[in-house]
Design a protein around this ligand. Structure first.
Ligand code: NAD
Ligand code: TYD
Length: 353
């Protein structure tokens, strides 16, 4: 028994690999291209652990995928690999189409070829689990009900459009070819190993460095935040007990405007690492809004609770405290990330704002 995980050196993928191997001896083959977002330092604690096989490679490389399937014969694919940052997708959508759409297509085709050749029992047990986002549903009006699994797809950014396209491919590979797929659409994650281009880690890292905390537009955009460990437990539940061909929304029941998130991060830093120069909120700067910025996302996670008994273990209060503490305790990780392509990215995204 083996899992093939794609994108397992990224934020959620590496949290999933660490969580999985903390609870199971089933080995993991981790295929990751190590783009700017992939960081093997996340998996340093697994060095020398034979249960973790890391392969640097692209999900669009069919020959490599065929070799990995033949060699490891995974009983499931967990597909995390993606270009994942909305702002990057605005500056350069091509990579999103390449990885999220074409890469998912190639992975589906390689999975299908492997699955077709399995004996009946293994064929029935095989799973292709596609990890996706709530952003495929588009933006909600302030008083509209939260996204259920039947909400129409209305993606607004190149990122969410590419993820929507990949969701449709996964769905079609089930309906047309019978591939046993599962899809999860999750809200915004936060937690350890989050690359500091995304809102929460960027605010922590910038505040500690005494740099501005850039809030886009009026900062009243609403997201539903989920601690990454809870996303991992939801994926484990869906992989184990989810009904084939079904979609499960995953969320934290925790809608918050960006401004409140930034204020909460600042308050925790004031408590845990006070600055001699006054409260961290002094660094908040309102900057030009993101083009096409979705106003509100909210997830109705009722289906996964009813069918699989999953609910998040962390509240936002407990999760954000753990997260801020983690960044305070891992200055070396942050320094390592910052010495790479991250710096160039800051220049591209913020210099013209
Ligand atoms: P991430 O950007 O931190 O990590 C992505 C990983 O995929 C990196 O390790 C990168 O090297 C790898 N990768 C990129 N292109 C690749 C390719 N062509 N071949 C192989 N590997 C490649 O992303 P994340 O935040 O960990 O997100 C993981 C998945 O979860 C994505 O599919 C994303 O759409 C989805 N998701 C993310 C969130 C969130 O809040 N971060 C919420 C819901 C869903
Ligand atoms: P982000 O973490 O990029 O996730 P997503 O766009 O996928 O939801 O952004 C979360 C929210 O924070 C989003 O509404 C954009 C906003 N934001 C800022 O206000 N300032 C920033 O510097 C960043 C990176 C995001």
């Amino acid at each position: 028994m083996t899992l093939l995980i794609t994108g397992g050196a990224g934020f959620i993928g590496s949290n999933f690999v660490l969580d999985w191997l903390a609870q199971s001896d089933e080995p993991v083959v981790n295929l990751d291209a190590l783009t700017y977002a992939g960081n093997l330092q996340n998996l340093a604690s697994l060095q020398g652990d034979a249960r973790h096989v890391f392969v640097q490679g692209d999900i669009g490389d069919r020959a490599l995928l065929d070799r990995l399937f033949a060699q490891h014969r995974p009983r499931a694919v967990l597909h995390f690999a993606a270009e994942s940052h909305v702002d990057r997708s605005i500056h350069g959508p091509g990579a999103f189409i390449k990885t999220n759409v074409e890469g998912t297509f190639t992975l589906l085709e390689a999975s299908r070829a492997h699955w077709n050749a399995l004996a009946d029992e293994d064929k029935a047990a095989f799973r292709f689990h596609h990890v996706s986002t709530d952003e495929v549903y588009g933006s909600l009006a302030p008083d509209a009900p939260a996204f259920t699994e039947t909400h129409p797809y209305e993606p607004n950014s190149p990122y969410s459009a590419s993820k929507a396209a990949s969701d449709h491919l996964v769905r079609a590979w089930h309906h047309t070819y019978g591939l046993p797929v599962l899809t999860t659409n999750c809200s915004n994650n936060y937690g350890p190993y989050h690359f500091p281009e995304k809102l929460i880690p960027l605010m922590i890292v910038n505040a500690l460095a005494g740099k501005p905390l850039p809030i886009y537009g009026d900062g009243l955009q609403v997201r539903d935040w989920l601690y990454v460990g809870d996303h991992c437990s939801a994926i484990r539940a869906v992989l184990a007990r989810g009904r084939v061909g079904e979609v499960y929304n995953i969320g934290g029941w925790n809608e918050m405007p960006n401004r409140d998130i930034v204020h909460r991060v600042c308050a925790l830093l004031d408590e845990l690492r006070p600055s001699g120069e006054g409260p961290y909120t002094r660094l908040i700067t309102f900057v030009k809004d993101r083009p096409g910025h979705d106003r509100r996302y909210a997830i109705d996670a009722g289906k996964i609770e009813r069918e699989l008994g999953w609910r998040p273990a962390e509240t936002f209060e407990t999760g954000i405290r753990k997260t801020v503490q983690w960044y305070l305790d891992h200055a070396d990780w942050v320094a390592n990330v910052q010495s790479g392509g991250y710096r160039d990215w800051l220049a591209t995204n913020y210099s013209s704002r």
